[in-house]
Design a binder for this molecule. Structure first.
Ligand SMILES: [Zn+2]
Length: 337
């Protein structure tokens, strides 16, 4: 609607801000159908190509994260910028996204979780998806009561995934991980094989880290929702992810992304820990554009996710206008609490 009325254009002066950091996860294949509860995290290479073409056609600058920070500190009036960030370190980022990014000479940042390259951390949201896809029924004992659901049809699988996912997301991470382990084992899913299928190995990460236009950032050691853990665990995940990446890749790591990244996963304590660890910046998944005020809060930067369920130009124009986020925040530009 906003694109149709032109609201995305007249609002640009106040809602658009200085720039925006986009969040991407998977770039692959065709649009997913049927039971695909994580499809929100997938865009196609063709959509990425259209995104980059539209950004350039609008006259926006595609910049590295480093340049985005420089422009926050020293604004270039009238030059809106877009920085591209990819979380987790998926194989398709190299196989499918990189050729498109290279074609447009677009710099990008990859936030890597060493535990995924080691095949020891868990893609628990994918395990949950694959378990529910395989199982015809779920019967799970949880500390706050049983969870049972019939999961024969796509509709039943979708409903069960939504309910169980959010019930587990709200609670302690240890419960989430053990419940999903139980389901994965029941469905015959090997979590390490799944990570090996989806995530880049060290060998490729090493080759990637020297390439022009590519920045490697840290995304914790094992991808925990930091705010759910005590400070010692959180500090270790933050500090050691950087040490490990620098040792493996032989390059300085200056930027950080909070796993999951919503207020329940990363809060003021975590922002302080990341600053204390010496990172120059850190990005959340709290939605928003970059405003001049963010120059004073570089460890709690908002981002805008390219949503796999809305791969169209109208949705993209709305995201780039900043208006949906400005409206949601009622004009309050800092979301750092
Ligand atoms: Zn992540």
């Amino acid at each position: 609607m906003m694109a149709a009325t032109g609201a995305d254009r007249w609002s640009s002066s106040f809602a658009q801000g200085a720039g925006v950091i986009l969040t991407l996860h998977h770039v692959r294949g065709a649009e997913t159908r049927g039971f695909a509860p994580n499809a929100v995290l997938d865009i196609t290479p063709d959509f990425l190509d259209r995104v980059l073409r539209l950004i350039q056609a609008e006259g926006y600058d595609i910049v590295s994260l480093q340049e985005a920070l420089a422009r926050l500190r020293n604004p270039k009036p009238g030059r809106f910028f877009v920085a591209l960030t990819f979380d987790d370190g998926y194989r398709d980022n190299v196989e499918e996204a990189w050729p498109v990014l290279a074609k447009h000479e677009a710099p990008w940042t990859l936030f890597v979780t060493p535990g995924f390259a080691d095949r020891t951390a868990r893609l628990w949201w994918v395990e949950l998806e694959e378990a529910i896809r395989a199982l015809r029924r779920i019967d799970l004992a949880l500390p706050d009561g049983r969870f049972t659901a019939r999961t024969e049809t796509d509709a039943e699988k979708r409903r069960a995934f939504g309910k169980l996912y959010w019930r587990l997301r709200r609670g302690p991470e240890a419960i989430l991980l053990s419940a999903i382990s139980t389901l994965a084992a029941e469905a015959g899913i090997d979590p390490a094989a799944l990570v090996a299928r989806e995530c880049l190995p060290w060998e490729t990460l090493r080759a990637l880290s020297g390439a022009p236009g590519i920045t490697i950032g840290a995304h914790t050691l094992t991808h925990p929702m930091l705010a759910k853990h005590d400070a010692d665990v959180a500090r270790r995940e933050i500090v050691e992810s950087r040490q490990r990446l620098e040792a493996e890749l032989g390059l300085p790591v200056r930027h950080f992304a909070y796993p999951v990244g919503d207020p329940g996963s990363a809060g003021p304590r975590d922002f302080a820990l990341v600053a204390e660890a010496g990172f120059e910046s850190a990005v959340t998944t709290r939605p928003g554009h970059l405003m001049p005020e963010h120059a004073g809060h570089l460890h709690a930067l908002p981002r805008v996710s390219l949503n796999g369920l809305h791969q169209n130009e109208a949705a993209l124009r709305a995201l780039l206008s900043g208006l949906p986020f400005w409206l949601r925040s009622r004009g309050r530009t800092l979301d750092i609490g």
